[in-house]
Design a binder for this molecule. Structure first.
Ligand code: G3H
Length: 537
């Protein structure tokens, strides 16, 4: 029997708590503070989880609105009006009041935890543990963002005097932000841009990713209740129908997008005045791990498995190719293979599950193609169940003896394949990194401090985070998260995000008596929201 046989449940075998009692026919969307009902076409939603019912398998779980240009423009008008050149209520509101709105949102959001977690499991196949982590990490991120903004506000509440000029320097919003997250972290990564964008006074049009849409509907009411009308607007549908018109309008001031560099390039080019568009982008990556001759093999195997296979390898930060010194390659691969075979394949709610069904419709076919292509050029799948497919489930495969002729050497597989390249000389993985189109992170495994120092000094100018004996990852969320080349534009972290969604703006005056008097009056009588020494405790 194969590891992927009989993994899909029958209706009766799904634990009560995780059952989807009804299909979810989402017709609501939020524009201009109103939850409206969609009357047009709908997109059917299929889960990666197939459920057996009377001998037939079904994975249809619901639908969402397929909006078009007209509704996209309505969302844009609402967001533009709620910004109104920075004169509207939201952008000119005090930081304290904006924080109060975000706090209200968090309270309402937390009430939806159970449903959002369940939908994360059904829509993208994320394990219960990881779905709960995604939700809780997002709530922590929002709370930490509030604290970071209070700090920023305290720092900006004082005046600077230089060369006879008095100034108060603060950060001001940028305008209308188009926010789009990826399917692998549909909640977390969307909110790591949406929340800082909002809290800094921008207004938002939010389009959920292609997969992982329904899980946002329980939050529509929270957005409506927590924020003034038009501050958050949602659009759903095919990118080409919605995003093209939005970008071509020239009224999008910031593009916050986490997805492929191919789509990011298309969107940027559609804006008529690219110099007016600020982009915060999290894009492609193919993070390499380098395992040196003296690495602790057991520890490295553990770290490489988490790095390459957490959420089935569907993380932008996943280790997507591993270079191993030929002196230890055979024993490393053997231990890796034993460990991979022990991984549990199952449904997201199964306890201790490691590998779950994949949400992208042709994904198992694509991964099989990558494996066949690699085999054609001399690679071998070394673990017995590697590459076995059952519907949307793909048993993780270790591909050994990968070389530059193979597609998997360059392509971002974003799935459970671990390509292993054995190297003679350390210059080989270094050349790979230098010649790669990507520049997000890398991992070095070894013990020799001199060698590690040499390697990392080269790598830090190629990627944006070098991990020593540790997998690549985004967190902790207060660390900077960015990349070079095709991997990113702009830096995100709790405090950096506040900066990228705002611009430094100052009020300055020559230090004359009359100017001092004007400033004193404005401050004393609380006449301005910007020019003020108030700070939040
Ligand atoms: O998909 C990319 C995510 O930012 C990865 O985050 O390293 O915390 O899983 P993570």
């Amino acid at each position: 029997m194969n590891k992927t046989d009989n993994i899909f449940p029958s209706k009766e075998n799904i634990p009560e708590t995780f059952k989807l009692t009804d299909t979810i026919m989402q017709s609501e969307y939020l524009i201009n503070g109103e939850i409206r009902n969609w009357k047009g076409d709908f997109q059917e939603v299929y889960s990666p989880i197939f459920v057996e019912d009377n001998g037939k398998y079904n994975n249809y779980i619901g639908s969402y609105p397929l909006m078009g240009k007209e509704e996209a423009m309505k969302a844009l008008d609402a967001a533009a009006e709620a910004y109104n050149h920075g004169k509207a209520e939201w952008p000119s509101m005090t930081v304290e009041k904006r924080i109060a709105c975000v706090k209200k949102f968090v309270v309402l959001m937390k009430e939806q935890r159970e449903l959002v977690v369940k939908l994360l499991m059904w829509e993208i196949g994320k394990s219960l543990k990881d779905s709960e982590k995604e939700f809780d990490r997002t709530v922590d991120y929002i709370n930490d963002t509030i604290e970071a903004l209070k700090n920023l506000d305290r720092e900006s509440s004082r005046f600077t005097i230089s060369q006879g000029i008095i100034a108060q320097i603060r950060r001001a919003p940028l305008g209308v932000v188009l926010c789009m997250g990826p399917f692998n972290y549909p909640l977390n990564e969307t909110f790591t841009t949406l929340i800082p964008a909002l809290i800094m006074g921008n207004t938002v049009i939010f389009k959920p990713p292609k997969l992982g849409v329904l899980l946002h509907y329980p939050l529509l009411k929270a957005f409506k209740e927590a924020f003034p009308k038009g501050v958050v607007n949602t659009v759903y549908g095919h990118g080409e129908n919605i995003l093209g018109p939005l970008m071509e309008s020239g009224k999008i001031n910031v593009l916050a997008f986490i997805g492929t560099s191919r789509v990011a390039d298309i969107l940027k080019k559609q804006h008529p005045k690219p110099h007016r568009l600020k982009c915060i982008l999290g894009l492609d990556a193919k993070n390499p791990g380098i395992v040196m001759y003296d690495a602790d093999i057991d520890e490295t195997v553990r770290e490489c498995i988490t790095g390459a296979l957490s959420f089935n390898g569907q993380r932008c930060t996943a280790l997507k190719i591993i270079f191993v010194d030929e002196k230890i390659a055979a024993s490393f691969v053997e231990k890796l293979s034993i460990a991979v075979e022990k991984l549990k394949i199952g449904m997201p709610w199964d306890s201790e599950v490691n590998i779950t069904p994949l949400p992208e419709s042709n994904k198992t076919q694509y991964l099989t193609e990558l494996i066949n292509d690699a085999i054609k050029f001399g690679a071998k799948v070394v673990n017995p169940s590697g590459g076995i497919v059952n519907k949307s489930c793909f048993s993780p495969a270790i591909l050994y003896n990968v070389n530059s002729e193979m597609r998997v050497y360059r392509e971002e597989q974003f799935g459970p394949i671990i390509p292993i390249v054995s190297y003679k000389d350390i210059s080989e993985p270094l050349d790979y990194i230098i010649n790669s189109n990507y520049g997000q992170q890398s991992s070095i495994f070894g013990k020799d401090a001199d060698q590690i120092a040499n390697l990392l000094d080269t790598m830090v100018n190629q990627v944006c985070r070098v991990n020593i004996n540790s997998q690549c990852q985004r967190g902790p969320d207060n660390f900077p998260f960015t990349g070079r080349k095709d991997s990113a534009e702009g830096t995100l972290s709790i405090s950096d995000a506040l900066k990228v969604f705002s611009i430094r703006t100052l009020v300055a005056a020559k230090e004359s008596e009359i100017n001092k008097d004007i400033i004193r009056q404005i401050i004393k009588e609380d006449k301005s929201n910007f020019l003020s020494t108030d700070f939040i405790l």
